[in-house]
Write a protein that binds this ligand. Structure first.
Ligand code: AGP
Length: 600
């Protein structure tokens, strides 16, 4: 997810663009850039890193005064965060420049065709293709050229385009990536999100998919891709800039919990396409997964997935343990490193240790160009966009989904799954975004349960089989943002110790979704009830049995147990979130924690 801003009006563009970018920094901070047009010349300044780096560059190398410009803050999806890959991108003739948020999925095919026609590329990004396409179709009408170019593309985009030939306008367009436009006192604006322009205008138009708009300093017009003019509806914005960055949610964590269906949908399309380019090594006879924290829990689910689908022994280890154990790793080991940030010191060290022993290394990572990705033989990007909340949520379910897709693709290449089973599995996975959305719609019931339990002194989370790691993750979510002592446990282990903890002062969250070991979970619940433990159950909608045992029930849509961690994670995240909020904790930046543990 990137952020784009455009402005054309009576005032100098640079200060407006830079302020707007800062309000969008939560959308990505790998690189930043601006382009302005004046005296028939495009001037571009761009640099890797945060927006203050761009401000320094502009101070050192000022651009001429201009009242028309576009700007971009990048979250890399294709091409590491380098100078060449930073936006804006420029056409060969230097007359067109563009900024883009989204993924052009057919960019390689278009790039090949454009290179054959003589276009010279300077970056590895998908976006640069658009600059050359608009140049190719430009015959004196920028809106027409942009429209023609977009008709050739597949994928998602929110773009802003400038041309030296038409310095009095900006052309913008959107498909599957958000873009708003607005008329303010000082001119016309475009931005990926409201915070960027909130101080200039309170009435905005949310562009719809397939719409192209032309911004001039005193008015805006909108067309569809067939060149038909579209009437626009302005909407009033009732929020301040800070809450707007969180999309109207109280915390980044809650916003990111709600982004999970969209992330899953994107992964099941763009992510799967990338995954299919991976050539699975033939000689692998064992798999090792290394990670920390939430990523480690994703790895534990990954073990269930890969062992059952691929018929290979899978061993999961904390990175911090793996690196000091002298691990049994050989050249026939496939090591999978899981990390949202790609900068976790222990995981990087574990990868280096495994490479020294000859293992092939792949990573499941969310940050393009991070250290881990540069040390992996192949990277499966989770495409979750920036995760600002310290407690990992959307990255976790994206990691899980990546494991399911990886396991299915690997099992096909090893012929350990029939085409029918493979197809049926993807049919289930493709329903996950809608099922996750259904859970989010019932969040008020989860909030009410949290309100009734936020004072409880300690929690136990119990799960079995593929949801044992879900129990561990639920406990970690709660403890790290509410500071309540919480422990995740394999439910079958209750009699081997934890049952001694059960009394009326402890809450026990039981993951009792429909499964082949459901009756075992009911027995656990009965044992807890007999000892006056406070019970909260996560169960399947329509389950009548659970109601006879537990009064506090969070119901999730029915799904095959094997895939249920993809849904179970959401009520666990929401329960932790609402309890922490009820306890007045700093949810996005919990005490003592950092988003990425880059030191041992
Ligand atoms: C999860 O909510 C925590 N913030 C933490 O456990 C995190 O998962 C762990 O530090 C690993 O981070 P990584 O995924 O960036 O490697």
């Amino acid at each position: 997810m990137c952020g784009i801003v455009g402005y054309i009006g009576q005032e100098e563009a640079i200060p407006i663009l830079l302020t707007g970018l800062k309000r969008l920094e939560y959308r990505g901070y790998d690189s930043a850039g601006i382009a302005t047009v004046s005296h028939a010349k495009i001037e571009v300044r761009k640099i890797p890193g945060k927006i203050h780096n761009l401000e320094d560059v502009i101070k050192k190398h000022p651009v001429s005064f201009s009242t028309c410009g576009i700007a971009h803050t990048r979250w890399a999806t294709h091409g590491a965060p380098t100078q060449e890959n930073a936006h804006p991108h420029v056409s060969c003739d230097k007359k067109i420049t563009i900024v883009h948020n989204g993924i052009i999925e057919n960019y390689l095919k278009l790039k090949t065709l454009l290179i054959k026609e003589g276009h010279r590329f300077v970056s590895q990004t998908d976006t640069e293709v658009l600059a050359h396409l608009v140049e190719k179709y430009y015959k004196g009408d920028l809106k027409k050229a942009v429209t023609e170019a977009l008709k050739k593309t597949e994928g998602s985009y929110a773009i802003a385009v400038l041309s030296t030939e038409e310095p009095d306008r900006i052309v913008v367009a959107r498909q599957d990536s958000p873009l708003i436009i607005a008329e303010g006192k000082s001119g016309s604006f475009a931005a990926s999100d409201v915070p960027a322009i909130l101080e200039h205008c309170k009435r905005v138009v949310y562009l719809k998919d397939g719409q192209v708009a032309v911004l001039e300093k005193d008015h805006i017009e909108v067309w569809d891709l067939n060149g038909k003019k579209v009437s626009v509806k302005f909407e009033h914005i009732h929020m301040d800039a800070e809450s707007a960055q969180k999309g109207g949610f109280d915390h980044f964590m809650l916003k990111e919990i709600h982004e999970q269906p969209a992330v899953a949908k994107k992964l099941l399309s763009s992510g799967l396409k990338e995954l299919k380019t991976f050539r699975f090594p033939k000689k692998i006879d064992n798999i090792v997964i290394v990670a920390c924290g939430t990523a480690y829990h994703a790895g534990l689910v990954g073990k269930y997935i890969l062992e059952s689908l691929c018929g290979l022994p899978v061993w999961v280890d904390f990175s911090s343990e793996f690196r000091y154990r002298n691990p049994l790793v050989t050249k026939d080991t496939l090591l999978i490193a899981v990390s949202q940030s790609g900068e976790t010191a222990d995981t990087l060290a574990a990868v280096r240790e495994a490479k020294k022993k000859g293992a092939s290394v792949v990573s499941i990572c969310n940050v393009v160009g991070s250290s881990l990705t540069r040390e992996s033989n192949f990277v499966f990007y989770t495409l979750a966009g920036p995760e600002i909340g310290v407690a990992s949520t959307k990255a976790y379910t994206a990691q899980l989904l990546m494991f399911y897709m990886l396991g299915l693709e690997f099992s096909r290449s090893r012929r350990t799954i029939s085409l029918g089973a493979y197809t049926r599995a993807f049919k289930i996975l493709n329903r996950v975004p809608a099922l996750q959305l259904e859970i989010l719609k019932s969040k008020s019931a989860i909030e009410a349960i949290a309100q009734r339990h936020h004072h409880v002194g300690s929690f136990l989370f119990l799960g079995r089989n593929v949801n044992f790691p879900s129990a561990l993750e639920g406990a970690l979510k709660l403890k790290e943002i509410s500071y309540i002592p919480a422990e995740g446990y394999a439910a079958g282990e209750m009699k081997h110790g934890p049952i001694a903890l059960i009394d009326e002062y402890r809450a026990v969250v039981c993951i009792a979704v429909s499964s082949k070991i459901y009756d075992k979970m009911i027995s656990n619940i009965q044992e807890i009830k007999a000892r006056s433990g406070k019970l909260i159950a996560i169960a399947t909608i329509g389950d009548k049995t659970i109601k006879t045992h537990v009064s506090e029930i969070i119901s999730i849509p029915s799904i095959d147990e094997f895939f249920s961690p993809l849904l179970v994670a959401l009520p666990l995240q929401l329960l932790a979130y609402y309890i922490a909020v009820a306890r007045g904790c700093h949810v996005d930046q919990p005490r003592n924690l950092a988003k990425s543990v880059t030191v041992e």
